[in-house]
Ligand binder design. Structure first.
Ligand code: MN
Length: 257
């Protein structure tokens, strides 16, 4: 009976603090751009309904327009063909939205090589130091990409396509099929590496995670404020009925050392 009382006491006295892992959501939020033959996601846009004016003298409110996969957002299993018969975003069990975080920092490697790919051995090396990936938890990948808030910087494309870090195809398969985490969170605009269209399978993080009833979180920030183990992630996508994902507020709870 005392668990929540103790939790609230820890929050109010600062023993536990809350870190926002969410990027601000605006027209400036970078989005994925697919080859022109495919459908495109929309930028986030606000459409003012009224602002203390003749359209509504005492109130301010907006409509908003956005893709499901814009900014800090949650990929549901049905986002990918491999998970098409699995949960939509409204059906994801809420208990799976809260879980322990394993934070793996590859920002030094990525600074030297924006196409850096994380391999199973890299995760194994982290486990050798910090213990196994947590059951029901989130694998959070720090790359330094959270500093890239403009479209151009986030996509980092040149003549040869987008260049951004991610998991190798084998590492994506291993995380999805052999590790006990429920999902993976990244600082980039999608869970897959920039070059992942050419991997086998293409976009292996999406293919394997969604196909294994697991989840993705993107455009996270402040991962540098988290310890390698011990933080708790709270992800809160909107329950869009039949939806494939949703912008989400993602928080981390961290115990003060
Ligand atoms: Mn997505």
């Amino acid at each position: 009976m005392a668990a929540l009382v103790n939790f609230m006491t820890a929050l109010s006295d600062g023993a536990i603090h809350v870190i926002d892992l969410t990027a601000p959501l605006s027209h400036e939020t970078p989005i994925l751009e697919l080859p022109p033959e495919f459908g495109q996601t929309q930028r986030f846009e606000l459409e003012e309904i009224s602002r203390y004016d003749a359209r509504g003298p005492a109130w301010y409110w907006n409509n908003f327009h956005t893709g499901e996969h814009t900014g800090t957002h949650f990929d549901a299993p049905n986002h990918w063909a491999t998970g098409k018969d699995k949960d939509d975003i409204a059906s994801v069990p809420v208990a799976r939205l809260i879980g322990p975080a394993a934070v793996l920092d590859f920002s030094a490697q990525v600074a030297a090589d924006p196409d850096f790919l994380i391999e199973v051995d890299d995760v194994r090396a982290w486990e050798a130091e910090h213990g196994p990936l947590p059951a029901g938890g989130w694998l959070l990948v720090r790359t330094g990409w959270d500093a890239r808030s403009s479209q151009q910087d986030a996509i980092n494309a040149d003549d040869t396509g987008p260049h951004s870090p991610g998991l190798s195809a084998e590492c994506a398969r291993w995380v999805a099929q052999e590790s006990p985490v429920v999902g993976m969170g990244v600082e980039t605009v999608g869970t897959d590496a920039g070059a992942a269209h050419s991997f086998d399978p293409p976009f292996p993080c999406h293919s394997h995670l969604m196909g294994s009833d697991k989840y993705g979180l993107t455009q996270l920030r402040n991962l540098d404020l988290l310890p390698p183990t011990g933080a708790v992630v709270v992800a809160s996508p909107l329950p869009i009925v039949t939806g494939s994902g949703s912008p989400a507020r993602v928080l981390a709870l961290v115990e003060r050392a």
